[in-house]
Design a protein around this ligand. Structure first.
Ligand code: UT7
Length: 332
């Protein structure tokens, strides 16, 4: 079962924030043995934004959260919960969401982080919708935020060309007159593949030591091609069965909001469904892979520029470290 039941929940407002500094493929050519052509052909990325030295993940999250709240017409004090999906929290603890709650002045809200790879945003949205549908919360702020550039080895061409920083935020609440609603969600994982994307050191398994520093074990490690194969194998049948159980044909979905990791992955899935590439919202060329923020940035831009119109349905889906993956069917 993937359909939401209980109170209908809708998207009240959305916002995003990316840091000013842009890092182009041409600049990366000066840093590692890579080329603009390789990055563009293999991923679709042209440039990405990099967080300023004095800012943290929580700062990006707060900026995006303020915009979403303003657009939702909601004061921070009216929030019941703040959830931040991130893989680059300011600190292991306290959670980044607590800092965001404090900075926003969301005095009556609880706060927690969801750390589930790039899929964290889809997990967080699902939890938020479920909490509102069940009547536990009324208004929830869900933010996907990353300063992953801080955790990247800038000498490792396998990872440093891929990721970017940014934050996207959604305010959710009970459905109002004229609103769409969250229709269905499905969350999956294959934890036997936990070694495909990891940050090996700095946790309780391998606390920081001279050795871990020398090994560079505090940086993101990724078996990119194995991730690529895993996703191409698992995502299409998962999305097909998600659509079936949600009562929608892939060909009748108005928009596909994919995790912005690689254009070849998005294109491959759409081809298998016989769906035009124009049905996908794509902005990874300008932001790279912003991990748990990526689908929120895509959704925000497409709503802001009027591509996505009221009454349209979209499948938001993501995959990442864990390996986790998941999808949400939303009508705006
Ligand atoms: O959000 C988290 C989820 N992660 C992902 O979605 C990542 C999924 N994976 C991918 O997007 C792709 O696997 C990559 C873009 C990471 C890599 O593309 P690929 O087509 O799978 O390439 P590959 O890893 O098989 O490497 C092909 C070649 C290798 O050289 P040899 O062994 O053929 O001589 C690599 O060493 O490309 C080389 N290579 C590079 N060359 C230039 C790897 N990185 C680079 C680079 N520039 N940055």
């Amino acid at each position: 079962m993937s359909l939401f039941s209980g109170k209908a929940v809708s998207l009240w407002g959305i916002g995003m924030h990316v840091p000013e500094r842009i890092l182009t493929n041409q600049e990366l050519e000066q840093m590692v043995d890579t080329s603009n052509e390789w990055i563009l052909e293999r991923t679709g990325i042209r440039e990405r934004h990099i967080v300023a030295p004095e800012k943290q993940t929580s700062d990006l999250a707060v900026e995006a959260g303020r915009i979403a709240l303003e657009r939702a017409g909601l004061a921070p004090e009216e929030l019941d919960m703040v959830i931040v999906a991130t893989n680059s929290p300011d600190t292991i603890f306290p959670c980044t969401a607590a800092k965001v709650q404090g900075k926003l002045g969301a005095k009556k809200a609880g706060a927690f982080d969801v750390q589930s790879g790039c899929t964290g945003c889809v997990y967080a949205l699902t939890v938020a919708v479920s909490g509102i549908a069940a009547g536990v919360w009324r208004h929830v702020l869900v933010i996907g935020a990353e300063a992953l550039s801080r955790l990247i080895n800038w000498q490792d061409r396998n990872t440093c060309v891929l990721f970017g920083d940014g934050a996207g935020a959604c305010v959710l609440g009970p459905r109002r007159e004229g609103d769409g609603r969250f229709i269905a969600a499905s969350l999956r994982a294959d934890g036997t593949k936990h070694d495909l994307i990891s940050l090996p050191a700095g946790g309780s398994e391998r606390p920081a030591s001279k050795e871990t520093l020398e090994e560079g074990a505090h940086f993101v490690h990724m078996k990119g091609n194995e991730v690529f194969k895993f996703v191409n194998r698992e995502l299409p049948p998962f999305l097909q069965s998600f659509c079936e159980s949600s009562g929608v044909e892939p060909g009748h979905v108005d928009w596909w909001i994919f995790h912005q990791a690689n254009w070849r992955i998005m294109d491959g899935i759409l081809r298998r469904f016989g769906v035009s590439p124009e049905r996908a919202v794509v902005n990874l060329d300008r932001y790279g892979n912003t991990s748990a923020a990526s689908v929120f940035l895509a959704l925000c831009e497409a709503l802001d520029d009027g591509r996505i119109r009221k009454g349209q349905k979209m499948v938001i889906n993501s995959f990442g470290a864990g390996m986790t993956y998941g999808a949400i069917l939303l009508e705006v």
